[in-house]
Design a protein around this ligand. Structure first.
Ligand code: IMP
Length: 195
């Protein structure tokens, strides 16, 4: 699979994500431009799956810009909560982005549930202006722990220990966490398809 000529649109308005995605794409040596730089509208994430939302964001940006576009959608799935918070991972933190409250909700809903298995999921969607879309999924399996530990990460990192590790993502440095992540695994698949 080859990328069409022209810059690749990164379909996000989050400058942190733009930097992170651009760094992951560095081996491709492709020019990138963000949806915010192009002044594209941010579509509402109305789908009920990570794939659905990633495809919706990538398609909207590809159509609006007339260029290939890459979008991601990610979140935490807790098995005993039937996959919650899932696509609602960011929304559980509310408008104040209060992840302490979101983590407390995960823990309170897990009371009485012996199974603490969880996974982070990241879906990348690569859309071409003509309508073709491909998706790449990465996961990081692990377990929910309490109380939260570590100040280094973001989101639900302090309550997640990846399988085979004692420390939470929140206690790991960026360099240590990155190769274990759902995001890195999804990008590995994308790069393999494009090189
Ligand atoms: P997105 O920006 O719509 O993909 O929202 C993903 C949400 O899932 C974020 O706001 C985080 O709460 C959570 N999330 C995704 N990846 C991670 C991670 O690596 N660590 C902690 N939380 C994450």
């Amino acid at each position: 699979m080859k990328l069409p000529a022209g810059p690749l649109v990164l379909a996000t308005h989050n400058p942190g994500k733009v930097r992170e995605i651009a760094a992951m794409l560095a081996p491709l040596e492709v020019a990138v431009v963000s949806a915010a730089e192009l002044g594209l509208a941010e579509p509402e994430e109305t789908e009920v799956t990570f794939v659905g939302n990633a495809v919706l964001k990538a398609r909207a940006a590809a159509e609006a810009a007339g260029l290939a576009a890459l979008a991601d959608d990610s979140g935490l799935e807790v098995l005993a909560l039937r996959g919650a918070p899932g696509v609602h991972s960011a929304r559980w933190a509310g408008p104040e982005r209060d992840f302490r409250a979101a983590m407390e909700r995960v823990w309170s809903e897990l009371q009485g549930q012996p199974d603490r298995s969880a996974r982070f999921v990241c879906v990348l969607a690569l859309a071409e202006p003509g309508g073709a879309v491909r998706t790449f999924e990465g996961e990081a399996r692990g377990a929910i722990v309490w109380p939260p530990r570590g100040e280094k990460g973001f989101g639900y990192d302090p309550i997640f220990t990846p399988t085979g590790h004692e420390r939470t993502f929140g206690e790991m440095s960026h360099e240590e966490k990155l190769p274990l992540t759902h995001r890195a695994r999804a990008f590995e698949k994308l790069l393999a398809a494009l090189t």
